[in-house]
Design a protein around this ligand. Structure first.
Ligand code: MEV
Length: 439
């Protein structure tokens, strides 16, 4: 068995490669060669990526693509997407083109409030704690003045601090529930710095609060951390058109297509198994833009799924209706995003993605991301209620299968043409490939 290693992070990169490949791979030389193939020949670019995280061995590529033709509030965007799933960019592009000639996407930012909390245990009289909070509140603001100065200059900062009594949920549990405006920054560092200062001020202030008993003075701060659940950092995106313009070709009338779309969403509203997959499709679009623009997809995922379950049952993030002959389809999602700070100023491709989007503010990016989610859901439901998902999916997946089979460029062209007219199941592709090789 491989022995644990001390000081791995301090080893030079080459030695890290030696150690990992010698101890955990079947063919260390081949593994090393593979890892090195992904190194960038531009040394400074490689170093930049090496330093994003600890123990970097190599780079891990994702395709970076573009979905053009997104008309959002009458402005035309080409939306960068970083994702591995073969059909996502194609689906986004198709949905963008569909709505381009039907008025495009309309979006509104409903709020930009970020949240952070200091969680603490206080064993004592709640009324005394409330009096203490009243007294110390101004100091919570003044002690963070050096942290908030720049943010305030730009129009942001701490917007509120409240004492929340949580003792019904957990014995002696209280929190400072704090809200922030972080403008174009996602704000995690700003918020966490403020919260850690609040925690220190709270602890120290309690020691000196005369009305507290010895036990009450000993407030136990458990943790101070932002919340990724941001239901008031919310954006809405919508498309609509007269029902008779909802034409999708084939046998289906626009009325039937519209009704089926509404039905599909009604099902996702009431059935959590379906809602999870429905929302996963939305996240295909959202995550791809979040990744391309250097934002934190884990934070966004966690916050959005919590929002989808906010009424106690996991439900669809999108809604649809047909009213007075108009089909309307919309999404509301919480998105805490940044267009300055973090990766946005470090990663060259992220900078380019933001440039392609016209260097948006965080609010503008929220709107673009929500649109990507709505477009993706439209494309998925459109396929699901008409041809089924596999037709488009397998067409896009065809190249992946052909690459796995080791097809040459000429074979890929022949087989791609063949599968324009034939159903591209995995076995059909393998069979056609083998036939072609035989002939
Ligand atoms: C696949 O990545 C996403 C879908 O399953 C979404 C959906 O079912 O709505 C197609």
């Amino acid at each position: 068995m491989t022995k644990p290693i001390e000081g791995f992070s301090k080893l030079p990169k080459a030695e890290k490669l030696d150690w990992i490949t010698a101890n955990y791979t079947n063919d260390p030389e081949a593994a090393k060669k593979l890892l090195k193939r992904y190194w960038n020949p531009d040394k400074s670019l490689q170093q930049l990526h090496d330093e994003f995280i600890e123990n970097t061995l190599t780079n891990y590529y994702l395709p970076f693509g573009i979905a053009p033709n997104f008309l959002i509030n009458d402005a035309l965007y080409a939306v960068p997407m970083a994702i591995e799933e073969s059909s996502v960019v194609a689906a986004a592009s198709k949905a963008a083109k569909f709505w381009l000639t039907r008025g495009g996407f309309k979006t509104t930012v409903l709020g930009t409030e970020k949240i952070g909390q200091v969680h603490f245990i206080y064993s004592g009289n709640p009324e005394k704690l409330k009096a203490f909070f009243k007294e110390i509140k101004a100091k919570l603001y003044s002690d963070t003045a050096s942290i908030t100065k720049n943010m305030e200059k730009r129009g942001g900062g701490i917007t509120n601090i409240e004492l929340h009594v949580k003792t019904d949920a957990l014995k002696n549990y209280y929190q400072l529930h704090c809200t922030f405006e972080t403008l174009d920054a996602m704000g995690a560092n700003f918020i966490n710095s403020c919260l850690e200062q609040f925690a220190a001020t709270l602890k120290e202030g309690a020691q000196n609060f005369p009305a507290f008993s010895v036990e009450e003075k000993n407030i136990e701060v458990v943790m101070a951390i932002l919340s990724n659940y941001v239901p008031n950092c919310l954006v809405r995106a919508e498309v609509s058109c007269p029902l008779d313009q909802l034409t999708v070709g084939g046998q289906l009338s626009s009325e039937d297509f519209g009704r089926k779309m509404v039905r599909a969403i009604e099902i996702a509203k009431v059935e959590p198994h379906r809602a999870v997959t429905h929302n996963k499709g939305i996240m295909n679009g959202i995550d791809a833009v979040i990744l391309a623009t250097g934002n934190d997809f884990r934070a966004v995922e966690a916050g959005i799924h919590a929002y989808a379950a906010k009424n106690g049952s996991y439900t669809s993030l999108t809604s649809a209706e047909i009213k007075d002959g108009i089909f309307r389809f919309w999404i509301e999602v919480p998105l805490a995003l940044g267009t300055i700070g973090g990766l946005t100023s470090l990663h060259p491709l992220v900078k380019l993605a933001l440039e392609i989007l016209g260097n948006p503010s965080a609010e503008e990016l929220m709107q673009i991301v929500a649109v990507a989610g709505l477009a993706q859901n439209f494309a998925a439901l459109r396929s699901l209620v008409t041809t089924g998902i596999q037709e488009g999916h397998m067409k896009m997946h065809l190249l992946n299968i052909l690459n796995q089979l080791g097809a040459t460029q000429a074979e890929k062209i022949t087989l791609t043409n063949h599968f324009k007219k034939n159903a591209a199941t995995h076995s059909a592709v393998v069979e056609a490939f083998e036939q072609l090789r035989k002939s």
